[in-house]
Design a protein around this ligand. Sequence first.
Ligand code: G3P
Ligand code: MG
Length: 350
Amino acid sequence: INAAGERRYYSSSPCHYGICIDIDGVLIKGTKVVPETKSALRFLNGENKLKKKIPFILLTNGGGVTETKKAEELSEKLGFPIKPSQLTLAHSPMHQLVPMFKDSDVLVIGGVGDNCRIVAESYGFNRIIIPNDVLAWKPCIWPFTKLSEDDLKLTKKLDFSNIKIEAIMMFHDSRDWGRDLQIILDVLRSKDGYLETLASPQELSTRNFPLFFSNPDIIWSNDCIVPRMAQGSFRLCLEHLYESLFQKKETGLQLKYTLFGKPETVTYKYAHKLLEDYSFEITGQKLPNRRIYAVGDNPASDIAGANRYGWTSILVRTGVFKGDNHLLNPAKYVADNILQAVEWMFDQEE
Ligand code: G3P
Ligand code: MG
């Protein structure tokens, strides 16, 4: 109690709760930062009435660059320091696939230039191929995309007649849907992963080609009023093409794949560990039963995933969702923006 008779609280004990925050539609809208973002992050950083630091991490279905690069970009854009150890990107948990495919030829889809090759190599994959490597080998594979000099500089000069592609991993949104759909289909129907060959219908029906996606979202939110198509929309196109090409009605052939990203449990487990490790990094103490809040703008991914994983979900109205609450995936609380969301969490806990 100070001289004016006011009660002041100072916290020295570690915080018994934490929060996982979505990026697009919550902290950022396309090229702009959501106006309440900075105050919300400051609030979490101790600018609250208890001067309490609340551990937080960012959990996004976006990516396309390394966690270190993304942390730099975000710190600059938000005007608030974000560490790589606070970031789960869509593809971050996919480093768990390294033991299986470390020295296999893996086709990585998505992102600008060869950024996703750099990401995959940073995880420990040694033989990453990108779609433009294939076009550099044989342009007629997708004759509608002409590689520029700059594109060519980023390609590896490979002879795909000797390369057995053993897995496909989509790390980020495709920058050339036609090229990428064509090349993925070519690999899926190839004999043993060799481009420009065809598997027999018998082989196709018995094999499960390893195909992984990092982001199930059908839509996402940027500067546009109407939500934009996300990686899940690309996957729907691929599924449809695959199933019509292989006459699903007659053959029963269906596209099989594994998903990472929200709302998948594998991603929540990863983010959970990251939040605990980060809390340990800033407090030096472990709290096994921490209560966790999750803020997001997309009911189908952020809210569905958090509810399923047993976290307290908060839906904001700054992104994909507008309205009272979502019927299929209702959030525990609906806030107008990220600042209201963190204040509500604080009121629940303090
Ligand atoms: O492409 C990114 C988008 O699908 C979602 O990003 O940050 O809202 O999870 P985020
Ligand atoms: Mg979002």
